[in-house]
Ligand binder design. Structure first.
Ligand code: BG6
Length: 495
């Protein structure tokens, strides 16, 4: 059986507890031979040309050090100040610095040079996320003819936002060098299709543009998920129960409304607090009956826009406190710190409302984890942004437009008065969906589809039996599975 090689910017670490993705992929690597490859988390004077391998909890991990300037251009610059805001439709928060793109490509080329010596011809390579879009191009330039798949964990942008990204045509050609491109949601495949079928003519200043040819690249929605059974267990574990007891004392009968997000402008945190302010303003009877807990560990704080989001949120929370707090009652608690999964599972289980209202999000696994942690006999209500990928599979949530804070406030009010029977029925449907779209199913299905592609050795049209089993994908993802196959074009291909 082919080995699996997973490539991502961050690798599993010895110190940080593994997240859902790492746990799932670790399971995959436990049954298949292979290794994980990525950045070591270290900066060095000279970028490393060779990977260092170590075993982390039985998993083989190869990693390279990056030079500080390259890292700045690749990670904080092109990846997180251009691609991240543009893919989340926040061009107003993007910063354009021409030299970042060179750093981004340099790091991708460095990844490829360090990875190639460790590859076997029939290895299946699975590349993760927007930091590494050019990796297949770089690997193929070094002669790799393996099957290479890409998975985008964040939303795919609309065509106009994509046009605003410097070198977008080249990035799209990079995507066409993959055999399989996986996306979170149908919405993303539709945005991709729109671009692929109507690629822009060159601009006045541009050279004639070679359009990307996707005739050999399959683009499909593979919605990622969590491990709902594991989370359900975690929510009744001793650590979770300790957290629940602690919170019960503090809540003193108030209904807990809970948000858990990385501190990122895409998460819609100021809008969420504004919606809560409206809930209290419009429903005086709810004061002293509810409490908002927002957990928001800081992230990417070397980037100015992240600091500004943090300041805005501080100000919003202060405003609500100043307006509604009493000497013996506080309307909200805002915690800028990360919690371990057992404590989070306890908080989720205790919360009457899981408030998941990003302005735009690839999937949002907090929604999955909240659902999985509920007590089936007395479940809480998920209030979910329609702009999270999760909205495509969680239609039993209360779906809201997070920009419309009146609507979010009203959804919270409805959730607070929702009868037990309706809460149970909605939760059951959500839990069933969380199980269908579990992270294990996601990984297995993606790898099946990638294995079924013919890889770099393909010449001419693919043989029918070489195609991924679209029937299987479609049956699994029901009406969600959108498989994009371009018609004709010229230029590059996956091979
Ligand atoms: O910037 P960081 O901390 O490495 O986080 C990157 C990850 O952040 C997550 O929020 C995104 O969903 C992932 O797509 C992304 O890879």
């Amino acid at each position: 059986m082919s080995r699996i090689v997973i490539v991502s910017n961050r690798t599993p670490s010895k110190t940080v507890a593994a997240g859902g993705l790492a746990v799932a992929l670790r399971k995959t690597l436990a049954t298949r031979d292979g290794f994980w490859f990525g950045w070591s988390g270290r900066h060095a004077e000279k970028p490393s040309s060779e990977a260092m391998f170590e075993s982390i909890d039985g998993l083989q991990v190869g990693s390279i050090d990056l030079n500080r300037e390259d890292f700045q251009a690749y990670y904080a610059g092109f990846s997180n100040s251009i691609l991240w805001p543009a893919f989340h439709l926040r061009l107003d928060l993007a910063t354009f610095e021409g030299h970042w793109y060179e750093g981004y490509r340099r790091v991708n080329a460095q990844f490829a040079r360090a990875l190639v010596p460790h590859l076997k011809p029939d290895d299946i390579i699975w590349v993760h996320d927007y930091h590494l879009i050019p990796l297949a191009t770089e690997l193929r330039a070094l002669g790799a003819r393996n099957r290479i798949g890409f998975y985008l964990h964040i939303p795919f942008p609309t065509t106009d936002a994509l046009y605003a990204i410097p070198h977008h045509q080249e990035l799209m050609r990079d995507l066409s060098r993959y055999n399989l491109v996986g996306m979170q949601a149908n919405r993303d495949v539709a945005a991709f299709t729109e671009f692929a079928e109507h690629q822009a003519p060159p601009t006045l200043s541009g050279n004639p543009v070679k359009t990307a040819d996707f005739s050999k690249t399959q683009v499909t929605a593979f919605p990622i998920g969590s491990d709902p059974d594991a989370f359900a267990k975690l929510a009744t574990s001793p650590a979770a129960v300790r957290m629940i007891k602690r919170m019960e004392r503090a809540m003193n009968g108030q209904a807990l409304i809970l948000g858990v997000d990385r501190l990122d402008y895409s998460k819609g945190l100021p809008q969420r607090v504004e919606a809560y302010e409206k809930l209290l303003a419009n429903n005086a009877a709810l004061r002293r009956q509810v409490h908002l807990l927002q957990v928001a560990p800081p992230s990417r704080d070397s980037i100015k826009e992240y600091k500004e989001t943090s300041d805005t949120l501080d100000a919003m929370c202060g405003k609500v406190m100043g307006h509604f707090a009493e000497p013996d009652w506080q309307p909200l608690t805002y915690v800028k710190r990360a919690y371990g999964q057992p404590s989070l599972a306890g908080l989720y289980r205790m919360a009457r409302i899981g408030l998941v209202t990003p302005l735009r999000d690839g999937m949002n696994l907090v929604a999955h984890e909240y659902v999985a942690s509920q007590d089936p006999q007395n479940p809480g209500v998920l209030v979910l942004s329609r702009f999270a990928g999760a909205a495509e599979i969680f239609d039993a949530a209360l779906l809201v437009n997070p920009f419309d804070t009146d609507e979010t406030a009203e959804a919270m009010r409805l959730a607070l008065i929702m009868p037990l029977e309706e809460r149970k029925a909605r939760w059951q449907a959500l839990f069933d969906a969380a199980k269908t779209y579990s992270v294990d199913n996601w990984a297995a299905l993606y790898l099946d589809a990638l294995s079924a592609t013919k890889g770099g050795k393909r010449k001419g049209p693919p043989a029918a039996d070489a195609l991924p089993d679209a029937g299987q994908v479609a049956a699994f993802f029901k009406d969600l599975a959108t498989v994009y196959k371009a018609g004709s074009a010229q230029g590059a291909s996956a091979s």
